[in-house]
Design a protein around this ligand. Sequence first.
Ligand SMILES: [Zn+2]
Ligand SMILES: [Zn+2]
Length: 601
Amino acid sequence: MSADLARLAAGVLLVPEGAPEPVAFAAEELGAYLGRMFGPSPVQRSVAGPGGAWLCLAPADAPVAVRALAVPAGAEWVVRPADDAAVVSGASPRALLAGVYGLLEAAGCRWAPRGTHEEHVPRPDTARRPVAALELRPAFARRAFAADLATWHYGVPERLAARLPSDVAFVDWMAKRGATGLLFIRHANDTQWVIPELVPELRRRGLDVEGGGHVLVELLPRSLFAAHPERFPLAPDGRRSDLGNVCAASAAALAVVRERAAAALAALPGATDFHLWGLDLPGGGWCACPSCARLSPADQALSVCNAVAETLGAGTRVLHLAYHDTLESPRAVRPHPRVWAEFAPRERCYAHPLDDPACATNAPYRRALDAHLTLFAGRVHVFEYYGDAILFGGCTVPLAEVVQRDLDYYARAGVRGVSCLVFGQYSLWAYGVNVEAFARGAVSPAAAASARGTHAAGFGRAAEPVARYLAALERVMAGVVTYGDVLLPPAEAERAAAVRAALAAARRQAPELRRLLAAAPVRLAAEEHLLDYTFAVLGALERWLAAADAEAREAALAALAGAVRHVRAAGLVGAGTWGLHDLEITHHFFAGALRARGAGQ
Ligand SMILES: [Zn+2]
Ligand SMILES: [Zn+2]
């Protein structure tokens, strides 16, 4: 007799005695979804015997002996029919939960990042009832999402409260999609390491709470500057400065950094990784003293990571950031075995995959990644920007194909982990395809191909026209996302002319995109607002690049600022708190940079 899910739903669910919280949660989830699919829910029975991360579904009339099922090397979880029973086993409690969701997905469940109300749960007549043998061998061991702590506005209770429900839904979806953790990125102005309200949601599912970020400023308190200026970087003007990171040659400074990093890691619930990055500046504020001057910024940053890795000890990892002025691989300093590189190619071209030989912009990034893979002996993670609302200026940029081809390349190159920056609900709105493609592709790059269809399926009856629209939009926006921050087109004349031509080409496609969207059988107001915003921005940038005088430049900037109204029109449900509160600040920042540049012309 073969294992039949409908019959098992009416049976018993064996749970190892004293199971950790994510295993108990996995049992609850399995029972609840089987109940929704078939009516009855299996009766949970706690059993002694092999502990660990496994669950066994057995028929009510013929309970089987408990079988411990070993997870093969290289696999994270397995599902196996065993006579008329079924066993799910995970290499960890989190992996077991992912295995349960894998079993349910194979039976026809479809997950949704905006919440369970958008999920599809099959009925007895549409569910796939035979339990198939399944096994997950992921392309990347670490599959994380990352978000800046500041985007939670945790100092403003009503804003925090407004976004938390969507975060809880997102964390739930992360577990369903097989992600491994969430990185809370701390910046210079932050006062906390995590969003405490989300920690129980992550831990219940066995997801990693990852912390750190641009934290060197926090690890070397600026209050020490008055008494110990020599611990701080020597600026290019020859003076010690409390604005930058640290003098990497100062043993006293490193002692403080080591001690405070250990305390920070201890304050991160269950964390074993610490992301130790310098200031988030294009010129990151490294030291020019005689001892440090022979070291590149990357060498200085790595030497700090090495010192901290020594302090944090066995079982921990320190992540060194390759980004902006530390993008090039260190040359003089060798990494401690517990230091990993985190490669963050933010200003790359997103029109092409990173290894596309036709893309001159991406070639140096590919070489830098290779150099890190060599120096760090494969201990490399990639930090990607597929959901970065600042990089893309809030414009909608579907990247299903680039995400798929990037992840395929990263996996082939030997990258061991990947993460993707997101901005809450805004990223699901403007980059929903990418978020889906990343989550799927991080497990198996080829699976990213289905992201456009999955995202479009969330539009119900409009799914088919939306999928066509997204494919066309992806082609049009590929012409634009070639130069880093969308709101900051290049100043150099030849590149500026090329971008202006690309913006004009995109503008000519706008009517076709509107026509494709209007073909949907239901009104897609939020999508229309997003498209209106995107083309208002692109149009304003085109005007800026064409502007002949100060008056024309100001008119272009006014048009750019005015574009934000389209995002506001989408409200909280569409644009999230980031769209309602942060987008405008981003605009002010970039407009200031453009205005300063215009003044120099
Ligand atoms: Zn120095
Ligand atoms: Zn390119």
